[in-house]
Design a protein around this ligand. Structure first.
Ligand code: FES
Ligand code: FES
Length: 162
């Protein structure tokens, strides 16, 4: 079997995969990073969103071998170094942005990508961005609220650091 190497959450990893192995399978089954979920397997629900070389991708639509040499970040890499929740995760908790939590890892990863390119999005821009992320439970209102709250916190942190 061919092997694949990449950097996941800052750590160099490698493993054997088949040509058809999906990135999400490699992360979940090969590396045990089960925070990345599989909701549909047809590139629609967004539960599997991770960052590949800094941009969000649906890990069910990327072959593991296509991520050779890539920098991958998963939901497990979103916590603070001390293990506490990262800013976006905390905002979801504080604003009741989740119910069952199944969509949440993908929502957080998508939100992180949005906020790195657009630190001050409007509500409309957040809703637009989440087009590829489906939630069965929340009605999206509190998810949008969470992301706007996270954006405000991150902007505050940036100003404080300047
Ligand atoms: Fe990848 Fe649904 S599992 S988009
Ligand atoms: Fe249940 Fe979104 S919180 S699917």
């Amino acid at each position: 079997m061919p092997s694949v190497s990449m950097v996941v959450n800052g750590k160099a990893v490698s493993g054997e995969v088949e040509g058809r192995t999906l990135l999400v399978e490699f992360l979940r089954e090969g590396l045990g990073l089960t925070g990345t979920h599989v909701g549909c397997d047809t590139s629609q629900c967004g539960a599997c969103v991770v960052h590949m070389n800094g941009a969000s991708v649906k890990a069910c639509s990327v072959l593991a071998m296509a991520a050779e040499g890539a920098e991958i970040r998963t939901i497990e890499g979103m916590a603070n170094p001390d293990g506490s929740l990262g800013v976006i995760q905390q905002a979801f908790q504080d604003n009741h942005g989740l119910q069952c939590g199944f969509c949440t890892p993908g929502m957080v990863m998508s939100a992180a990508d949005l906020l790195q390119t657009n630190p001050n999005p409007t509500e409309h821009e957040v809703r637009d961005w989440l087009e590829g992320n489906i939630c069965r439970c929340t009605g999206y209102h509190n998810i949008v609220k969470s992301i706007l709250a996270a954006a405000a916190t991150l902007r505050g942190e940036k100003i404080a650091a300047e």
